[in-house]
Write a protein that binds this ligand. Sequence first.
Ligand code: SAH
Length: 291
Amino acid sequence: MLSFSLQRLSTAFLFVFVTLFAHNTGATTISKTMPVKNVIVAIAMEAEAAPFIQHLQLKLVADFFPSNTPFQAYQGPHGDCTVTVITNGKDTVHETGVDNVGTVPAALATFLALQKLPETDILINAGTCGGFRRKGAEVGNVFVVTGVAHHDRRIPIPDFVPYGIGKLDTSRHGDFTTAEVLALELEYKLGVCTTGNSLDKTEEDDKHMLANDAAVKDMEAAAIAWSCKLFDTPFLGLKVVTDIVDGEHPTQDEFLANLLAASQSLQVALPRVLDHICHVGVVKDQAMDEL
Ligand code: SAH
């Protein structure tokens, strides 16, 4: 009995010590047992991914995906982590040659990548998005995604309604960090990402996006988070605003005008997030070494 209490006391002391140490170093109070080693970064469009691939000097892995898929993978080290960027490639099925945006390629590419790399600690979905002015979004803002949901999967049969909306909480990233901590430390905004297969929107979409309490809108996040859930891999959504959904400019014009600037902003945001999630592990390890 006494030894049990002592054990609990020393565990509590250890927790307080690690917590205080983490505070002193400005790190998070989230404890973790293993540092992040393997990160997948899923980015839908080549133009969004290119500056980041270049910045990290990642190399194309030609045989990463099955040869009959259009997806691309680039890999390389970043600090102690191995980073694999996957993109959805270009459309060959309809012979348009544009980027394979939307939920179908996103879910499939994510699934195949997680199957290929079962040791993945965390998957980051980085990309552009529309932002809602009513939730404080401005062009260029970076959002950390607290949850995802669909706004264009309307199935008015009671049992199917929650499946259609497909809400997933993405505010905790395994034991590594939380959306709140990340947003606080890196000074990014927080909010729900609503996903649909259209760049524009209908009045019906509007109602569902409002019901989803969306701060940002994209075409992939909820699908990528769904594949992550199948593998129980933490999903971290990082979205840069290219256009304002509830603003006065047509989405496509604003999107094209801001795509380059937003991709460059992603190139700054992504390494900061990677450093953050790798750093947390280092701090914890140091704290344990000190004991
Ligand atoms: N004309 C573009 C089409 C891009 S589709 C082209 O050059 O190919 C839009 C992409 O940006 C998707 O990957 C989506 O996730 C994201 N996106 C940016 N703003 C969006 C918005 N307002 N609504 C939905 N998706 C948006």
